[in-house]
Design a protein. Structure first.
Length: 286
């Protein structure tokens, strides 16, 4: 796992729940309701983050004895998970283990077919999907499930196109050496994700597309959230030191001057803006 990502998430761990997790409560409530966890025993969450999903599962199925495992490459995220889950009275009935480890490394070192459910939420930008799904296939029991939450690569294309055009027109604000030498991770398109799942012997796929709407008081608040939440950090981290506030103001001027619309909304400084985040939830059965 790239050390830049580890550092980036280390800085966000104590506020990640408010930046990201809070917006997906309904999505996870719907997903968990579809899974008959009362008949499952072993659950693995890859990239468990602050432990919010495992916490929901532990509390909802407090009457069921589960072996719950969470894995995340960021020690600060694991610390947040422990503070949330370990010691919680309604989670106490479960066996809970949390590991600070790269997901791929964990799967390579634990290849016993033991899991009834594996969760992979928002990690496809950081690992190669073919490698991940192949390893997950090896640890799932027959008839068990993989749950994926992801954004498709297609959703990012307009953002990337806009940000790159802005960079070209304002080259003096950016560290171009980093742009050309540091790899920017990209999510695969949803069609490719589905293709790789079928190739790795996942037969039944239930796919649901939804829009998570996040309201902001103004476009500047949205830009700051995109940076803080790591949504566009790969690009914002290219900005020269001490120039980020200036660049965000320049971005908004650029958008207004060119009458660029996002989510079919005109962008006006000082006016409310709604961020429509396209999400795919996938339940894949082995």
């Amino acid at each position: 796992m790239n050390n830049d990502f580890r550092s980036m998430y280390s800085q966000k761990a104590n506020k990640y729940n408010l930046l990201i997790d809070v917006h997906f409560n309904e999505v996870w409530d719907d997903l968990i309701a579809k899974l008959n966890l009362s008949q499952m025993k072993d659950v693995l969450d890859l990239g468990c983050g602050t432990g919010e999903t495992l916490y929901k599962i532990a509390r909802k199925f407090k009457a069921t004895k589960l072996n719950i495992t969470g894995v995340d490459f960021c020690p600060e995220m694991i610390a947040e998970s422990k503070s949330k889950i370990i010691g919680d009275t309604e989670a106490a009935s479960h066996q809970i283990n949390l590991y600070c480890q790269d997901c791929i490394a964990y799967l390579k070192n634990n290849q016993e077919k033991k899991y009834d459910l594996v969760i992979a939420s928002f990690i496809l930008a950081f690992v190669e999907a073919p490698d991940l799904f192949d390893l997950i296939n090896k640890v799932l029991k027959k008839g068990s499930r993989l749950v994926i939450l992801t954004t498709s690569r297609d959703f990012f294309r307009e953002f990337e196109k806009f940000l790159f055009s802005f960079m070209l027109s304002h080259p003096f604000y950016f560290n171009w050496w980093d742009f050309f030498t540091k790899k920017i991770s990209h999510l695969p398109p949803i069609e490719k994700i589905v293709h790789i799942l079928f190739k790795n012997e996942f037969k039944k796929l239930e796919i649901e597309r939804s829009i998570v709407q996040i309201p902001f008081a103004d476009p500047l608040s949205c830009l700051k959230w995109m940076d803080e939440s790591t949504f566009a950090t790969a690009y914002f981290n290219l900005i020269k030191k001490g120039k980020k506030d200036v660049v965000m103001k320049e971005i908004l001027d650029y958008i207004e001057n060119k009458s660029i619309r996002f989510f079919d909304q005109p962008i006006k400084q000082g006016r409310p803006l709604r961020f429509d985040w396209e999400i795919y939830s996938i339940i894949a059965e082995k």
